[in-house]
Design a protein around this ligand. Structure first.
Ligand code: TRP
Length: 455
């Protein structure tokens, strides 16, 4: 374990940690998944539940994960194992989860690359919803094209993880992340100034409580986990590289704040435009790809904006995908003593194979339902966001609350005499609120899945 730790990159500074962890958190989950999930789950009501879960569950778990990583200075599996041998399986669950998330994440990563190329060719320059929907449908209906682009996305992810150029990526983040932020704010302003944009704002911010149902609750919790990269060991692993003299409280506050800000601005960039152009708000995964080109086409310099935007989205997607692949690879390197390059290759290949049906289920396999109404893509998404990640979060809270104990965790958090005014609230949440709350929702998600399997 020691030897492989030395082989891995470590952060040059606290900024390095923040950039990499924020890079993992901010990705397609914010830019692509958040707006369409809000759209499908009733708007403001979903946002409200999301915010409550973020405060009660996401933020406390972020702090718990970073603390566990930094205390043990080990990757996810090792971190659990070093404190209690029987808990190594939690790290293993995270690795398994990584395979399935990356399987469908790479589908969408491929779409981004395709759209970048179409943007350069100038093919996205229209506000006509039929034309834009056609571009999307034609692309995802072509098995060769969509699988090719998925493969390209995975190859880039693989190369970054294997060549150990994460350091370079970390440096590039310093420019790319602020650029993305500025860009998306400008797009949001444009979107908000479109005619009828107010309808979108109302949809996003005025909760219609009649829309809160079990599904909305399960999806909001899943989105919190997915967006913060919590529940599969990414944050524990990244936290393990954090220097003892850094302030964990600050670090774990910046990241959820930034992540939520990006998601909200992405919502403001997309949703008002959907209403203004009269597109379908509940259309699902195609929402960003159909709506944002229309916004660009209605702007001056839209052509350049569109290209720059898809470059930045691709970058954000890659900083997330490398974090997932990294967790899977370091498991095989640290725990199974496998070689880094060959395990990364094998893992990427397996993810590609699991990912192909997800990609095809958007096109040629559209009518093939794996379970109930779920195709492969939806199934991977539900399986990870609604089951694996909450399960990982539940186990993390039990582990930090009762096995490591919040007392020892707080010793680690305040190791340099940091003042943590929320210490007792945090302990309370981790011990008494997070476990039962996540557990109840998890049981419901499992029930839903089993009903689908039985029928
Ligand atoms: N959080 C990322 C996003 O919003 C996706 C992601 C990266 C992730 N690493 C993860 C999700 C680990 C869950 C677990 O796009």
């Amino acid at each position: 374990m020691k030897e492989s730790l030395q082989k891995r990159d470590s952060w040059n500074s606290k900024l390095g940690f923040i950039l990499a962890t924020a890079g993992s958190a901010v990705g397609l989950g914010n830019l692509w998944k958040f707006p369409y999930t809000v759209g499908k789950n009733g708007g403001g009501a979903f946002l409200l539940v999301y915010m409550i879960f973020l405060l009660l569950i996401g933020y406390p778990l972020m702090l718990a994960a970073i603390t566990l990583g930094r205390k043990t200075k080990l990757c996810a599996v090792g971190a659990y194992k070093s404190i209690n041998k029987n808990w190594a399986f939690v790290g293993f669950l995270g690795v398994l989860c990584g395979f399935f998330i990356l399987a469908f994440y790479s589908t969408v990563g491929g779409w981004v690359i395709y759209y970048l190329i179409e943007a350069i060719k100038g093919n996205l320059n229209t506000t006509n919803s039929t034309l834009l929907a056609n571009i999307f449908t034609q692309f995802i209906s072509s098995p060769q094209k969509s699988i090719l682009y998925q493969a390209i996305f995975l190859i880039i992810t693989y190369l970054i993880v294997v060549k150990g150029i994460k350091n370079g990526i970390e440096k590039a983040s310093k420019i790319m992340m602020p650029a993305l932020l500025i860009m998306i704010i400008i797009i949001a302003f444009r979107s908000l100034s479109l005619p009828n944009a107010i309808e979108g704002i109302k949809f996003l911010f005025i909760p219609d409580f009649s829309k809160v149902n079990l599904n909305v609750i399960m999806n909001a919790l899943g989105q919190v986990f997915f967006s913060l990269s919590i529940g599969m060991g990414v944050i524990v692993t990244y936290g393990s590289y954090l220097d003892k003299k850094e302030n964990i409280i600050l670090a774990s506050t910046y990241i959820p704040l930034l992540d939520t800000f990006v998601a909200l601005v992405a919502g403001l960039a997309t949703i008002p435009a959907v209403f203004s152009f009269n597109f379908e708000i509940a259309q699902g995964p195609s929402l960003m790809f159909i709506t944002l080109p229309a916004v660009f086409s209605s702007m001056s310099f839209g052509y350049l904006f569109c290209i720059a935007f898809f470059i930045l989205v691709l970058f954000a997607a890659l900083t997330s995908s490398i974090s997932m692949l990294e967790v899977c690879v370091s498991y095989f390197v640290d725990e199974k003593n496998k070689k880094r390059s060959s395990s990364a290759l094998l893992i990427t290949l397996v993810i590609f194979l699991i990912g192909i049906p997800a990609t095809l289920s958007m096109g040629v396999l559209k009518d093939f339902k794996l379970l109930g109404s779920l195709n492969f893509f939806d199934f991977y998404d539900k399986l990870t966001s609604n089951i694996f990640l909450p399960l990982g979060g539940f186990l993390l809270s039990i582990f930090v609350g009762y096995v490591l104990t919040t007392k020892l965790a707080l010793d680690e958090i305040c190791i340099n005499g940091e003042k943590f005014i929320l210490a007792s609230i945090w302990s309370f949440l981790i011990k008494y609120i997070v476990p039962p709350l996540v557990f109840i929702i998890l049981i419901n998600s499992l029930k839903e899945l089993f009903t689908l399997i039985i029928n």
